[in-house]
Design a protein around this ligand. Structure first.
Ligand SMILES: Nc1nc2c(c(=O)[nH]1)N[C@H]1C(S)=C(S)[C@@H](COP(=O)(O)OP(=O)(O)OC[C@H]3O[C@@H](n4cnc5c(=O)[nH]c(N)nc54)[C@H](O)[C@@H]3O)O[C@H]1N2
Ligand SMILES: Nc1nc2c(c(=O)[nH]1)N[C@H]1C(S)=C(S)[C@@H](COP(=O)(O)OP(=O)(O)OC[C@H]3O[C@@H](n4cnc5c(=O)[nH]c(N)nc54)[C@H](O)[C@@H]3O)O[C@H]1N2
Ligand SMILES: [Mo]
Length: 698
């Protein structure tokens, strides 16, 4: 805390160090200026090297979000039908007493009928799964498989490299070649982009691999607009080129990899011709990509891959991640600190989750685990021997499943069940909150303490509360503490306050340093795999995974075609992807007016040829549909969409959509090959001109 002397009549302001809570690889260090108890400005902390004093447009509007006139500032109880959004103000005591008694009744029958549903509204370890996890563990509630974001790629990476580890983000600045793969870095990883630009200034070549011609693709030297879900084919064809031209680090391969002979044989099936056909790109593009990559081996220059999550939200996302993660070992890119690959750095953080979440409170019980991706189906399931009890209560925090989970027609039907008791801890009346029996007002990052990891760099960040909670809002932790007390859950661990929890998260990080600077850099090796030492079972980079083979799966990476493959459906010829809109973060910020004004309205990018074939002009209102439902929005004829692929930018609130839906009305609950993840970008649709009258307000 810095006290700045004031010479005039304005009250003195102070600056509080914090951390951006959002689900983003950058995890920025914040400085909040507080005057008279009011947060007047949120800036990037210039002392934190990765943040470098710069924030994205979204988070620089944090005060606008925090003091938003529609913030929920006291508990609300539903008075209208579910989904109608009609609530009345109630006291904390009456809300918590009623919730505790309802949950106690359900738990007496079977606590597994209670399901927590949470994700990354805040990435904070304390306001995420600390007291909340303890609460559900002691209750014996169903467990939630938190797969909605990067489960497929995460498992693919762990099976290949051994952990969520890789290059340090700062060393991308020294790379000579950067493949930006499945990532719109300018939109979703801005602070990485700064390092990539530095490399570009120093002469590096940047290649973007993405079906959409993104803002990032615009700024790269080359763009390979492959079809969604074909990344493994591209990587295997690259391998074949490396093999036939002998651009291989034989020494590295021999010493530090497992399964080379098998991988080699697999890759040899992926001729340029075959891959070009699968990927929908030219042979010359793949050849040139392999040549650029191989040249780095020949010239001993560092080649880096920034792999992000966009490419793993398809059926074969796990295998594709495995195939790409094999590439650096083939050319020995890991030998240099500016070479290798970064997908997620979260495995570098020594978080003591057992102490935070206390799974021991289950005391030998083994509740079922439900996958958050299939919440639509699961809410509609009856009790059975196979499923267990019907879901009777749902406690949602840090998530907006009605907007973000796939196949939202089913999700909405489930949330609308009259016999479901739903509690939502929120800042705003989201699409999900509309279906709650109770909405409980939660604090924002400016109002509570927390501690963070990052999945894009290797610094721990501390967040100190900058202002008092607004209205009657309480931190998630406090809400669960008070519920636990009312339900007779009396383990002493519920008494831990938030600062104790922050200290519990990282027993081996210097807390005094966190208090003083707001961040602490972990002692992570600059070139983690220069000498092998992969944390896999074999200690090598596992081209072949015996662990996967033991599960009856393919031990080698392969191209696994999409569930919904273009050309296989007579009715739905177009592939739809739904990557994030730059000024939203998943469904967060959609209600911040200044940001929504930049995005305009829900839209679908479509290529000129696909639009012309359907008589669609720029700006026309269109119906995007498949067997799961319809989404009505404006068409934008744009070179950002390649022929055959439409881009439905996400994730709008359903209630702001022209027909009260969003892109997830169209996405499916089918899972990925590894990790039980979602397949948001593996989705066939058709588009037609909409009957506009039907969607105009009366
Ligand atoms: N502004 C903004 N920033 C965000 C987010 C946000 O919503 N908005 N979301 C945050 C979250 S939750 C996450 S998980 C991270 C990571 O976020 P990601 O979801 O990885 O988002 P992007 O970086 O936009 O990368 C997605 C890119 O992958 C492309 N893509 C889609 N399908 C394929 C495919 O099959 N192959 C390839 N090669 N590319 C494909 C998309 O066109 C898009 O440009 O970003 C975080 N940062
Ligand atoms: N079609 C399509 N769907 C997608 C994606 C896509 O690319 N396309 N991306 C997917 C991905 S990568 C992800 S990670 C998921 C994200 O899904 P979610 O994690 O559900 O993310 P958000 O939509 O941002 O919703 C988070 C909610 O948490 C609330 N919140 C924030 N902080 C707090 C807090 O401290 N306490 C409480 N109680 N609430 C808080 C916010 O107000 C917000 O409404 O969406 C997925 N859905
Ligand atoms: Mo995500």
């Amino acid at each position: 805390m810095i006290l700045s002397p004031s010479r005039d009549a304005t009250p003195p302001s102070r600056q509080i160090r914090g951390a951006c809570p959002h689900d983003c690889p950058d995890t920025c260090a914040l400085l909040t200026t507080v005057q008279d108890g009011v947060a007047i400005r949120v800036q990037g902390n210039p002392e934190h090297p990765h943040t470098n004093g710069v924030l994205c447009a979204k988070v620089s509007r944090y005060p606008e979000r925090t003091y938003h006139p529609q913030r929920i500032l006291h508990p609300l109880k539903r008075v209208g039908p579910k989904g109608s959004g009609q609530f009345e103000r109630v006291s904390w005591d009456s809300a918590l007493d009623d919730i505790a008694s309802r949950l106690t009744q359900i738990a007496a029958r079977d606590p597994q009928a209670i399901l927590p549903y949470s994700y990354a509204g805040t990435m904070g370890l304390v306001q995420g799964e600390s007291i909340a996890a303890r609460f559900f563990h002691q209750l014996g509630a169903s467990l939630l498989d938190r797969t909605i974001c990067a489960a497929a790629g995460g498992e693919g990476l762990v099976r290949t490299l051994g952990g969520k580890l890789g290059m340090k983000v700062e060393f991308f600045a020294e790379s000579r070649l950067i493949l930006i793969w499945g990532s719109n870095s300018i939109g979703s990883n801005l602070h990485f982009w700064r390092y990539a630009q530095e490399a570009k200034r120093l002469g590096a070549k940047l290649i973007c691999i993405d079906p959409r011609k993104t803002e990032t693709a615009d700024k790269c030297h080359e763009h390979i607009a492959l079809l969604p879900g074909t990344d493994a084919a591209l990587a295997l064809a690259m391998m074949r080129e490396l093999i036939v031209r002998d651009w291989l680090d034989h020494d590295y391969i021999a010493q530090h990899t497992l399964g080379w002979e098998q991988l080699r044989e697999r890759a040899m099936h992926w001729t340029l011709e075959r891959a070009a056909q699968v990927c929908g790109v030219t042979q010359a593009q793949i050849e040139s990509l392999a040549r650029d990559y191989g040249r780095c081996f020949v010239e001993q220059q560092p080649a880096a891959i920034r792999l992000n999550y966009g490419m793993q939200r398809v059926h074969g996302g796990g295998n594709a991640t495995r195939a790409i993660a094999c590439l650096p070992a083939l050319i020995g890119a890991w030998r240099q600190r500016a070479g290798g690959l970064l997908f997620s750095s979260s495995g570098s953080f020594p978080v003591n989750r057992a102490a935070l979440e206390r799974p021991d409170l289950l005391a030998g019980r083994t509740p079922r685990t439900l996958n958050m991706v299939s919440i639509g189906d699961d809410l509609l399931r009856e009790a059975s021997a196979d499923f267990g009890p019907k879901i009777e209560a749902l406690i949602v925090y840090n998530s907006n499943p009605v907007a973000v989970a796939p196949d939202s027609g089913k999700v909405v039907q489930g949330f609308a069940r009259d016999d479901l008791f739903t509690v939502v801890l929120e800042h705003f009346q989201t699409d999900t909150a509309d279906y709650a029996d109770y909405i409980l007002p939660a604090t924002t990052q400016l109002e509570h303490d927390d501690i963070h990891l990052s999945y894009g760099h290797t610094d721990v960040l501390l967040n100190r509360a900058a202002i008092k909670p607004l209205g009657e809002a309480k931190p998630n932790t406090q809400i669960f503490r008070e519920l636990a007390a009312r339900m007779g859950l009396d383990d002493p661990c519920f008494a831990d306050d938030d600062e104790t929890l922050c200290r519990t998260a990282y027993p081996c990080v210097d807390y005094a340093q966190l208090l003083e600077r707001g961040f602490a850099t972990l002692p992570v090796a600059d070139a983690p795999f220069a000498n092998g030492n992969f944390p896999t079972p074999s200690g090598k980079c596992e081209f072949y995974s015996s662990a996967l083979a033991a599960q009856g799966l393919d031990g080698l990476p392969d191209h696994v075609p999409n569930h919904e493959l273009p050309g296989t459906s007579a009715h739905y010829p177009l592939a739809m992807i739904s990557p994030p809109a730059r000024n939203f973060l998943n469904s967060t910020f959609v209600n911040v007016t200044s940001l929504r004004d930049i995005e305009g309205e829900p839209l679908l990018e479509i290529s000129e040829v696909d639009a012309a074939a359907r008589g669609i002009a720029n700006g026309a209102v269109v119906r995007v549909f498949n067997d799961r439902g319809s989404y009505v929005c404006k068409a934008r004829l744009s070179p950002r969409a390649r022929p055959g692929v439409v881009n439905g930018l996400g994730v709008w609130w359903r209630k702001l959509g022209l027909n009260g839906t969003n892109v997830n009305q169209l996405t499916s609950q089918k899972l990925t090959d590894l990790g039980r993840g979602p397949t948001f970008y593996d989705c066939l649709v058709e588009v037609e001109l909409a009957n506009v009258q039907a969607f105009q307000a009366p």
